[in-house]
Design a protein around this ligand. Sequence first.
Ligand SMILES: [Zn+2]
Length: 258
Amino acid sequence: MRFYLPKFKLAASQPPQDRLVSKLGGSPWGFPESRWSTCSDCGHPMSMVAQLEHAPPMIDIGVSGSVLHLFYCANLLCMSYGDPSSCEAVILTCEEIGTGLTEQPLNKDGERVVNDEIWISGWDAYDDIVTAEQIPSFYDEQIYTSLPEDTAHPYDFDLAWHTKAGGVPYWTGHGVTLDPAHTPCPSFELLLQLHETVYLEGEVAIEELADASINLYQHERFGEASYCVNFANLGTGTGFVFINRTASPPLVRWHWSP
Ligand SMILES: [Zn+2]
């Protein structure tokens, strides 16, 4: 299957944002505050996990110019923490996107959790050994566990491959964590998955970073030392994002799994 690995750069090492860019974390560009997702359980405004422009074939949201927003409840004390009900997806048309960064509303304690901000600077295409006929096997726990190991986990559990767009889900050690009643595949299929640890391209001028709170460290990727960032708290795990492009407008649902 063809899939795409995003290339990342730290927003803190870029000039101030003056336009829409596809990114993880931070504050969304031009997002109407009235549309901000609030957790149905604890009532906290959710934290943005990603703002992604329609960019086929990598990010195909089905409608040209549309922008996908992923939110989750980052309140560790929330009863829904980690539950699919604490994960929201909002697709806006380009007409609904304004200008300027939209700050996350404060919760009732006057606080907010904003994830570390990382911009997507490009994509690389890859092909794994999974065939189109094997796709349904990745959505059925019983069939999935009987797949050969190198098919079920084409790159073992290497984190560098756990943030990608397209192809089949590379599940964590918890296996198929999808609730078929909530997200039936088909009609849903994988849009992308996001590990909480992402790798940055090239060198990082750490001494130039104004925000010292960024959770940045070095880790080996593809045999080379690379900087990576734990940009969000997904239980040391991965968010899985699915899209139903047969719905009009397309429907996106996501959840995360340790
Ligand atoms: Zn909550």
